[in-house]
Design a protein around this ligand. Structure first.
Ligand code: HEM
Length: 507
């Protein structure tokens, strides 16, 4: 039906317009006919995909989807509201149209996190849709194959090893230098800047020498073009991205060879390159390269987005800045504080709250390789299941007044459980970089607070409006060009010695 309507509207109009303007020109007519043929074919193909497979399992389809794009625009602009609307209308499980022909079963109850542990829940979706980015990496492997690679490369990601490796010194150095550069500028765009820091950190963790960073950044940005769905784009841009991937893999391969020759496992990259499977053999070289490469993809936009959100809230609240500054007074070794698992700082609470309110990965997707039972219902084989993390992290019973940025909810709670860490996924694919991300975000907040304290400054938004609202595709992120600046704190007294809000300092 959509194809018929589209074909009438667009091609009829095109024909009429074309006939009026260029009636005598034969070549124009044949061009129009060719365009018509191609457009009709594309629209018919699109329309046949829009309707998708029949909604299986007896779950309802959420109303309000648009022709062709379904609920895609609502996902982009207001994904949490879409989830809440669906759950209110249909209960926890319902289908949405996440684009032409892509029907996803939304499972919005916290129990849906159990699906991630089910043996029939497959991550094949990542290889289907984003093969150039994720094929052959941890993300897209299942079962024993995933277990084998994950076990081999997990050790350097544990909190003890992160603390002992070069990660903390790299993070401190990169954050400190970047914050210093902001102090020298009139204003800066927090979103662009935090992305650049996160990218620099992950490249340096991989062992890229600082002088080569611009070249790696360039290649990496080209490679990201491969993130466009593979079936839509297999033209010149795709091959441009693949060429950049080849460049990255060749260079990472050379690094792996070097690290293997030296046997050095003291750095995170060294430990990954020298990772051994259960049989004691070195991980296959290609697997080591692919999984080093995916760290950049997994670890930079995510961390950058959460740091940007926590900075946006900090800049919008004098009270938050007072408490952040009070905390760092009297702290010496910020690296040790940030990696101390027994100490829950206000800086960490702010970072976790940013991740709760704006989880960069708003949904985790799985393909059901067989039937999966969930709360008395059965998810049929082949269903694409969407577990909307962003919705789970706004459950009012667990997070009262869920739309409010409230770092204290993390101070008052015991250590976070399965739902409280859902922004990092769940089950066997739970984020490998969890401890690195928390260290990175906490350290950033501590170092920023120390810069405010030492320089007697306050951070403020240039446009002074409310904290902007996010968009959700592909990741949850704030708008670019959100400018900030430092101003002298003469208007505030919170840098004075007598400031009493040291509730979280040196606990
Ligand atoms: C705040 C920052 C981060 C967030 C919110 C985040 C979120 C996530 C989520 C939700 C997943 C699970 C995806 C799924 O199950 O489909 C995941 C997986 C993963 N993350 Fe992170 N991540 C962050 C930072 C990092 C960092 C810094 C690294 C590496 C240095 C990293 C490496 C990975 C890897 C390798 C996986 C795949 C694990 C597997 O499939 O076994 N992440 N992350």
């Amino acid at each position: 039906m959509v194809a018929r309507v589209a074909s009438r509207l667009s091609l009829g109009g095109f024909r009429q317009m074309h006939a009026q303007r260029h009636a005598p020109a034969d070549h124009a007519q044949s061009l129009a006919a060719a365009v018509r043929r191609v457009t009709t074919r594309s629209l018919q193909k699109l329309a046949s995909r829009t309707s998708g497979p029949e909604p299986a399992g007896g779950f309802p389809v959420l109303e309000g989807g648009l022709p062709v794009i379904g609920h895609l625009y609502e996902m982009y602009r207001s994904f949490p509201e879409l989830c809440a609307r669906g759950a209110a209308a249909h209960g926890p499980n319902f289908y949405i149209e996440a684009g032409p022909g892509v029907r996803q079963l939304m499972c919005t109850a916290p129990t849906a996190l159990q699906v991630l542990k089910h043996s029939a829940a497959s991550t094949s979706f990542y290889a289907e849709g984003f093969s150039a980015l994720l094929e052959g990496t941890l993300f897209a492997l299942d079962g024993d194959e995933h277990r084998g690679v994950r076990q081999a490369i997990t050790p350097p990601f544990t909190p003890q090893r992160v603390r002992r490796s070069d990660v903390v010194s790299i993070v401190v150095d990169a954050h400190r230098r970047r914050i210093d550069s902001w102090l020298r500028r009139r204003e800066f765009d927090v979103v662009t800047e935090t992305r650049e820091i996160a990218l620099e950190i992950i490249f340096r963790i991989l062992g890229v020498p600082p002088v080569h960073l611009p070249q790696w950044e360039r290649q990496y940005n080209r490679y990201l073009v491969a993130g466009l769905p593979a079936n839509v784009l297999k033209g010149p841009l795709y091959w441009y991205a693949i060429r950049a991937r080849t460049w990255i893999d060749e260079h990472l391969g050379a690094m792996v060879d070097e690290l293997r020759a030296s046997g050095d496992g003291s750095t995170l990259a060294g430990a990954m390159a020298n990772a051994r499977g259960e049989d004691g053999r070195l991980l296959e070289r290609d697997a080591a390269v692919r999984n080093l490469r995916v760290l950049v993809f997994a670890g930079h936009e995510t961390t950058a987005s959460a740091i940007a959100w926590s900075t946006l809230h900090l800049a919008s609240s004098n009270e938050l800045q007072q408490r952040a500054v009070a905390e760092v007074q009297g702290m010496d070794d910020l690296g040790a504080v940030a990696t101390d698992g027994a100490r829950f700082t206000f800086a960490e609470a702010m970072f976790r709250e940013a991740l709760r309110l704006y989880p960069p990965v708003h949904s985790v997707i799985r393909r059901a390789r067989g039937p999966i039972d969930l709360d008395g219902a059965t998810i049929p084989e082949n269903t694409l299941v969407n577990i909307p993390i962003v919705h789970l992290l706004r459950e009012p019973a667990r997070f009262p007044n869920p739309g409010r940025f409230d770092a204290d909810r993390w101070i008052e709670r015991p250590r976070p459980g399965t739902v409280e860490t859902a922004m990092f996924g769940g089950g066997p694919h739970f984020c490998l970089g969890y401890h690195i991300a928390i260290t990175e975000g906490t350290l950033f907040n501590l170092l920023l607070a120390r810069a405010l304290h030492r320089n007697k400054l306050v951070l403020e938004r240039v446009d002074d409006g409310p904290v902007p609202t996010p968009t959700y595709l592909p990741l949850t992120h704030p708008p670019r060009n959100t400018m900030m600046r430092f101003v002298p704190s003469s208007r505030n007294d919170f840098h004075s010695e007598g400031f009493e809000h040291a509730r979280y300092a040196d606990q």
